[in-house]
Design a protein around this ligand. Sequence first.
Ligand code: TRP
Length: 339
Amino acid sequence: MADTAFAPRVFSGIKPSGGLTLGNYLGAIKRWVEMQEDPTYETIYCVVDMHAVTVWQDPADLRRATREVAASMIASGIDPERSILFNQARVPAHTELGWLFSCVARVGWMNRMTQFKDKAGKNAEKVSLGLYAYPALMAADILLYHATHVPVGEDQKQHVELTRDIAAKFNHDYGVDFFPITEPVTEGPAMRVMNLRDGSKKMSKSGESDMERINMLDDADTIAKKFKKAKTDPEPLSSDLAGLAGRPEARNLVDIYAGLADISAEAVMAEYGGSGWGVFKPALADLAVAKLAPVSDEMRRLLDAPEELDAIMARGAERADEIAQPILARTYDIMGFVR
Ligand code: TRP
């Protein structure tokens, strides 16, 4: 399939469920900014509120989190002039195409989604229908813009593969070459930030203890306290990276330092190898505070002016809709709808 015929366009999204963490910053937004700076791509970034409500969201929390995610993107360097930045609910074409794709995707494909199985667990009868259909909506998010590249974490790769399957089936069933076969982008500067209390779990905005994550809006004292209390083992840092094998908590702190300082983990070890935690943790806390303070200051400024923020998202939604409408109209037409 001639995916090269499609102009390089990036789409990605973050759910507004809870506040943003250092994990979102180092794991996603940093790379989004980098792709925005690369003239090869047109970049579209979305606060995916429609995905958030697949599990219960208190209305006030959803409203606040939607603005907070948008503010953190802007504060971290997403420029709403150069990128298109908006929230999903403002562009109803997402849900329209999502429905059409739920008629393309097969139940057997959905049943293989590991994230659904993990999230539903033993409760599969009680979760929302939306949670099950979520990957079809995600495919719509991406293909509504004919996006060719989707920066995501490893945990979302299977959903991008499903997006490719939906595009291929649609193209095949209707005998067209209409939707691109999108590439997941998982390499590059982004990293997987782990939970500060359990190095085998991802740092998550919805995990039960606040001590396990650094929130973008944490103040300096809180950041210092969380790193101080972060779980480690009694051993000091090894002299080199290889010595951190099998020590996930220690490795995570080194990786966080590297991500914040924009240097390699090897370079961190060259400086701190052999140090005790009493030396390394305060250095890490200082670095985190120095890097995050300007971002959280700007976030607070934006959150104090929600009208400005909402206007930015409304403008982004208009630009998104301009791209989406012709693609949606053509999809309806290909499928034979009379409109
Ligand atoms: N499912 C993604 C997550 O949980 C969020 C998301 C929704 C997304 N739509 C998307 C990511 C489209 C990339 C592209 O992280």
